[in-house]
Design a protein around this ligand. Structure first.
Ligand code: PHE
Length: 427
């Protein structure tokens, strides 16, 4: 549940529609689904394996399994990636909180699409307001880690995640009854193969890593907490299915609405924030549905930020353990929060920093991290270490293990390299 909570978040509901909209809809979707098939399963299992075998977070895991410091750079990469993601992710979480309060006071009532677009611009360029709403989820996330109430949040999300799904199904049902919604469905599901460019492939790969939370150590931590009896294959399949379903649902809600209301699918990061209020205007119980939806979205975002911040906090604790100034968990939470708030301030003040963090983490750092982890498990871990993860998985384990190692040794690293070279124009 915790891994699913990490995976399902703004990546599915905010980022997926806007990246798909900018990259040709159906063409993007095909490449995205291929990436999920190719990378999702082996890489989620890789991170679980590293965590489960070592019992450590991203900082200590590689050294524990390998017995030396040669792969320590991967821990640093995970730390850097988690910080940069938090920098912009909290800003978007802040937009959600802002929209939640505005939904509460019925601000969007009667606004047309121009007004909604102007409203987003006005809100997002209000620096003090954005700093307030960006810092608020940092305090909430830090609070969860400080008081160690992760378990409670997990139990809560067991109820709230299905509720979010129900809500999204209802919204999809309403949107599909709008005039011209079929144009949006065509845009999202009909692939025009000529639109598949190296950039589209790169963006789809990045989105796959971002949405599944792979390549930056978040799932290593969750692997470390897994009981030895946990069936890793099943857990991985469940996380992938749930995450992909939420992304697809988000697309089925946003694109028909985009065309029915006359928005532009390539609107950029503000896409869902201008389209969603317009959808609620069309629904029964408009006020209740919009408040409920934005509340659930904020919680989905928080279950992701918890896993993001946990990477940095565990890193600081473990990295300073044997130094003169060891940081305990609470001090690490504090130091991480301060660094993150500085990064949020940069993202709020400069759009270009926001864009750069968003792009570089998904398209460069996470694929690099994932490639490193695949090579580490594929080539450096001894055989019984590679087997370890399947101990609890009955039945298909032998052929699956062989296939898994083959993917980690060759398919995953080569595919990532090809996507990189292709987008640099070398191929
Ligand atoms: N997967 C999360 C989402 O879709 C974002 C995330 C990325 C969380 C990396 C943790 C680590 O919103």
């Amino acid at each position: 549940m915790a891994a699913a909570g990490s995976a399902v978040g703004l990546g599915n509901i905010w980022k997926f529609p806007y990246i798909a909209g900018e990259n040709g809809g159906g063409a993007f979707l095909i490449v995205y689904l291929l990436c999920v098939l190719l990378f999702g399963m082996p890489l989620i299992m890789t991170e679980f394996l590293i965590g489960k075998q070592s019992g450590k977070s991203a900082f200590g895991a590689f050294r524990e399994l390998n017995g030396n410091n040669r792969w320590q750079w991967l821990s640093w990469l995970c730390m850097l990636t988690s910080l940069l993601i938090m920098g912009f992710y909290f800003v978007v979480t802040g937009w959600c909180f802002n929209y939640l309060t505005e939904a509460f006071t019925n601000v969007f009532q009667g606004m047309d699409m121009h007004e909604l677009t102007a409203h987003f611009k006005q809100v997002s360029s209000n620096t003090p307001r954005m700093l307030f709403f960006g810092f608020l989820p940092v305090f909430l996330t830090a609070g969860v880690l400080w008081f160690d109430v992760n378990k409670g949040i997990e139990r809560l999300s067991k109820i709230l995640m299905p509720l979010l799904l129900v809500m999204m199904f209802l919204m999809a049902g309403r949107v599909l009854m709008l005039d011209n919604s079929n144009i949006g469905m065509q845009f999202f599901f009909q692939a025009d193969f000529s639109k598949i460019t190296p950039t589209v492939i790169m963006e789809a790969m990045g989105q796959c890593f971002f949405s599944l939370s792979i390549g930056m150590g978040a799932l290593i931590t969750y692997g470390a907490y897994m009981p030895k009896t946990q069936n890793v294959t099943r857990t991985s399949v469940e996380v992938i299915l749930l995450d992909t379903m939420v992304a697809l649902l988000a697309g089925v809600i946003i694109f028909p609405a985009v065309f029915a209301f006359g928005f532009d699918p390539a609107e950029g990061p503000q896409l869902v924030f201008v389209v969603l209020p317009a959808i609620f205007e069309q629904m029964n119980f408009a006020w209740l549905s919009s408040v409920l939806f934005f509340a659930l979205l904020c919680i989905a975002a928080l279950t992701s930020t918890i896993s993001l911040m946990e990477v940095a906090v565990a890193f600081l604790c473990e990295a300073t353990e044997h130094t003169k100034h060891p940081l305990d968990r609470r001090k690490s939470v504090m130091v991480t929060s301060i660094i993150v708030m500085a990064l949020i301030a940069l993202c709020v003040c400069w759009d270009s920093v926001f864009g750069a963090f968003d792009e570089i983490t998904a398209c460069v750092l996470m694929p690099l991290g994932a490639m490193g982890m695949a090579l580490f498990v594929g080539w450096c871990l001894p055989k019984d270490g590679q087997k370890g993860v399947f101990h609890a998985d009955k039945g298909i384990k032998r052929w699956l293990r062989k296939l898994f190692i083959f993917f980690l040794r060759f398919v995953v690293p080569i595919a990532i390299l090809v996507v990189f070279l292709n987008s640099l124009g070398v191929l």
